[in-house]
Design a protein around this ligand. Structure first.
Ligand SMILES: *Cc1c(COP(=O)(O)O)cnc(C)c1O
Length: 430
């Protein structure tokens, strides 16, 4: 299968370009491995969402899921487009505030929040998606202590099974997330009595990398079932948050665009609105579909070996991109300095980590690969760098943002001292 390149990628003189910058030159200038993000692609994804929902007769708000990619520059660019943020930890809250997301549209998610995290969220004045009654009681305690009113939604487990990898399906009855469907009314009943809480939202998130829109429509119906029930309790519903999860086209098999997404879910939301008295905003929490296809990982070939398979060993492994090892995920790859050469051999691309599971791409037809070549791995902007580690004493690589013919380093490569940062050697053991 010949790789079909779309904007912002193109080929000049046999070399892969991202916008107007050569990937080979990027590696020469900034070293390998290297994460490279296209500003054009990022803006295009953001604008697709904004345009798709620009003509609704209800308000729509986007909360970017910070966990997909928490680079500050990338988050700042998203925040400047008016997005809020979905955060899952104190650290993500810290970074989201730093990036300047509007705190009225920061939702503190998560199924396991410590008192310290709750306190930080309450002090920052963000809203909470509450995952259990235990957590709710902790929020009440903190809110009382600080004399604050905290805006909350419950994370509803809608018991919906989208077709995706089991590890990223989060709305199943068996999943650890959310209040079980049968308990949800009781939870609202309990919360609404408390004067330190402003009970105003309903939240769900059914999973990730979902390419069929019907589970979202189903989830919206279920959210409005909840809405009808809790209005009877006196709740004025300010937002219904359907989470993120729209998939992207990793394999060249297609994926719905935000406008195709809108076409189906806007009518479902309108229908729901006609069945209640409140006028909630629709909140959507895209992560992957905002950043996924904006970024390539460039990695240099250290060795080519004919063994059980034709192995190409590169300098990036699951330390920098864990998705193939963790989810069996497919990422397109190409040889960035041999774009015009005929694809004639089958290769398996492996990383430098001392684990046999350190495979990035299996059985791919590529031009003859040699030591020194640059492999580009596509669609790594989501859950790529943000899931990276220093395993095997590997420093995390640099990140570069490309805008037309300009490049900006948006994260420097780690130093060796970063590998031992925060470690202490007690004087007794010197
Ligand atoms: C992970 C997550 C998202 C984003 O999911 P994507 O598949 O990246 O769009 C949104 N909301 C919640 C609650 C999440 O956990």
């Amino acid at each position: 299968m010949r790789l079909i390149l779309e904007k912002p990628f193109n080929v000049k003189q046999g070399k892969l370009y991202i916008e107007k910058v050569s990937c080979v030159e990027l590696v020469e200038n900034y070293g390998s491995p290297l994460y490279v993000t296209s500003l054009q692609a990022l803006n295009s994804n953001i604008n697709s969402y904004l345009n798709a929902f620009s003509k609704t007769n209800f308000d729509v708000k986007f909360l970017y899921a910070v966990k997909a990619n928490n680079n500050l520059t990338i988050m700042r660019l998203i925040a400047k487009k008016g997005f809020g943020a979905d955060v899952f930890s104190d650290g993500e809250l810290y970074m989201a505030l730093l990036a300047g997301f509007d705190r009225n549209y920061i939702l503190f998610n998560g199924n396991s929040k410590s008192d310290e995290e709750i306190r930080m969220g309450v002090e920052a004045g963000v809203s909470f998606s509450v995952d259990s009654i235990d957590e709710l009681n902790a929020i009440i305690r903190v809110a009382k202590e600080l004399d604050r009113v905290v805006r909350i939604a419950f994370r509803v487990n809608p018991d919906i099974s989208p077709e995706t990898h089991p590890k990223i399906a989060t709305g199943l009855k068996t999943s650890k997330f959310g209040i079980p469907w049968k308990d949800i009314k009781k939870a609202y009943e309990y919360a609404i009595k408390n004067k330190n809480l402003l009970v105003s939202g309903i939240h769900c998130h059914i999973g990730s990398q979902i390419t069929d829109i019907s589970p979202f429509v189903e989830a919206i119906k279920r959210m409005f079932d909840v809405a009808k029930e809790i209005e009877k309790l006196g709740v004025d519903i300010e937002f219904i948050d359907i989470g993120g999860g729209l998939g992207i086209d990793y394999e060249g098999k297609g994926a719905p665009t935000p406008s195709e997404f809108a076409e189906k879910i806007v009518p479902a939301f309108e229908m729901g609105l006609s069945s209640i008295n409140s006028q909630p905003e629709l909140w959507i929490e895209p992560g992957r579909s905002i950043v996924g296809n904006t970024t390539v990982l460039l990695t240099r070939v250290n060795a080519v070996k004919k063994a059980y398979k034709n192995f190409v060993a590169v300098d990036a492994g699951f330390n920098l991109l864990v998705r193939p090892a963790m989810y069996n995920a497919y990422h397109k790859v190409t040889v960035a300095n041999k774009m015009d050469e005929r694809e004639s051999e089958i290769y398996t691309i492996v990383g430098p980590i001392c684990e046999s599971g350190d495979i990035l791409a299996e059985d791919r037809k590529l031009p003859v690969v040699e030591r020194g070549d640059i492999i580009a791995i596509f669609d790594v902007g989501a859950y790529g760098f943000s899931m990276s580690s220093q395993y095997n004493g590997r420093r995390r690589c640099a990140e570069v943002l490309v805008d037309n013919d300009r490049t900006y380093v948006i994260r420097e490569r780690e130093s060796y001292s970063d590998l031992v940062a925060n470690q202490l050697l007690p004087v007794e053991f010197i």
